[in-house]
Ligand binder design. Structure first.
Ligand code: AMP
Length: 318
C-alpha cells in the first residue's frame, strides 16, 4: 500500500480526527489544515473532525480554530499539516492521540509521527491535500469551502504562482479548485490586502533597505519601531516579499526584534539556497524561503555575512 492509501485507511478507522498546523500560521498552514478538515467533514459526516492550534492571527477570513478538551484526544487520529518539526506544532497536545500523521512539504530533516507523507517539491502543503483529494475522488468529496482554503494556501506559498516551487501541476490543481465556484479574485485581494500601517512600514523598507554589491540586502525592525508603526510581528509578513522586486537584490533578511529581545529572521532568496544558513541559526525552511532566530545584532551581522557569501558563491558559479 502507498502512504496515501495508508493515510486514507487510518482516516476511515478513526471516529475522531484532530488536525494541527504550525505556530504563527500563514495561509498554507490554515489552508492545508482546514481544507483537509472540510474535505473530511464532507466525505465522512459521521466522524468528528476538529481544527486546533490557537488564533488565526490576522487570517480569520480563512478560518477560525476550535477549542477542545484533552479527553477528546483519547482514541483520536491526529494529523499535522505544513509543519517540519514537532517543536513548531501549534498546541503540544498533538502527542495525546492514538496515532500521529505528518503531511508536509518542507525538507524532512526532523521526522515525526507514525506515518509521514512529505513531498518537498510540492509548492505548498495545500497542493498535497488537493492531490490527496484527486487521488481518491470517489471517496473524498471536495466542497467550495475546502477548495477556497486549499487555493488560498497555494496562492500564499507560491506568491501567486511566482516562485519556482509552483509547477504546471500546481496551476492545474489550482484551476481544478477554482471550478468549485468560490470568489478567487476576491480571495486574491484579501490575501494581498495590507493595513495602512503595513503600507507605511513598506515605505520604510524601501527607504532603509541596505543593499550591497553581492546581491544581499537587509532591514531591521526594533520593537520600538514596530510599536511606532503600529505593526505586529505577524503583520510583518506583508513586507517580507518587497525587497525581491528590487533590481540587483538576490537574497535578503528581515530582522524582526521580539519582546524578549532576540530577533526573528525572515529570509528569502531568488537564487542561492538559504535554508542551510537558517539551520545554523535555530531555524530552517525551504531553499528559497527560510526563517531563523538570532540573539542580538552581533549574531545578526554574522548571519548576514553568511548571506552575502551565499550570494557571492551563487554569482561566481553562474
Ligand atoms: P517565515 O519567514 O516565518 O514566513 O518563514 C519562512 C519559511 O521558513 C517557512 O517555510 C517556515 O516553515 C520556515 N521557518 C521559519 N521559522 C523557522 C524556524 N524557527 N525553524 C524552522 N523553519 C522555520
Amino acid at each position: 500500500m502507498s502512504v496515501q492509501e495508508d493515510i486514507l485507511a487510518e482516516i476511515k478507522a478513526f471516529d475522531t480526527i484532530i488536525i494541527h498546523r504550525h505556530k504563527r500560521p500563514d495561509p498554507d498552514a490554515l489552508g492545508s489544515q482546514v481544507g483537509l478538515a472540510e474535505l473530511l467533514r464532507a466525505s465522512f459526516p459521521g466522524k468528528k473532525v476538529y481544527q486546533v492550534g490557537g488564533p488565526s492571527e490576522g487570517l480569520e477570513y480563512l478560518a477560525d480554530m476550535q477549542t477542545i478538551d484533552d479527553t477528546t484526544y483519547h482514541n483520536a487520529l491526529v494529523i499535522v499539516t505544513d509543519t517540519a518539526n514537532a517543536p513548531r506544532i501549534s498546541d503540544d497536545r498533538f502527542n495525546l492521540g492514538a496515532k500521529l500523521i505528518k503531511i508536509d512539504h518542507h525538507p524532512n530533516d526532523e521526522p515525526y509521527g507514525d506515518l509521514m507523507w512529505v513531498k518537498d517539491q510540492a509548492s505548498s502543503c495545500s497542493e498535497i491535500i488537493a492531490d490527496f483529494w484527486e487521488m481518491f475522488q470517489e471517496e473524498l468529496h471536495m466542497t467550495k469551502e475546502a477548495a477556497r482554503l486549499l487555493y488560498a494556501g497555494i496562492v500564499g506559498d507560491t506568491g501567486r504562482f511566482m516562485y519556482p516551487a509552483s509547477s504546471s501541476h500546481t496551476l492545474r490543481i489550482a484551476a481544478d479548485l477554482i471550478d468549485f465556484g468560490f470568489d478567487y479574485a476576491g480571495l486574491n485581494r484579501q490575501i494581498e490586502q495590507i493595513s495602512g500601517n503595513v503600507a507605511r512600514l513598506s515605505g520604510y523598507v524601501y527607504q532603509n533597505l541596505q543593499m550591497d554589491k553581492t546581491g544581499a540586502a537587509r532591514v531591521t525592525f526594533s520593537t520600538e519601531m514596530l510599536d511606532e508603526f503600529g505593526v505586529s510581528d505577524a503583520q510583518t509578513s506583508g513586507v517580507v516579499p518587497l525587497p525581491g522586486a528590487i533590481e540587483g537584490v538576490l537574497a535578503w533578511a528581515i530582522f524582526v526584534q521580539q519582546k524578549e529581545g532576540y530577533y526573528r529572521v525572515r529570509m528569502r532568496s531568488k537564487g542561492p539556497a538559504i535554508n542551510e544558513i537558517a539551520k545554523r541559526y535555530h531555524g530552517g525552511g525551504h531553499a528559497l524561503a527560510s526563517g531563523a532566530n538570532v540573539a542580538d545584532l552581533e549574531q545578526a551581522q554574522k548571519l548576514y555575512e553568511e548571506l552575502q557569501k551565499a550570494c557571492l558563491d551563487f554569482t561566481k558559479d553562474k
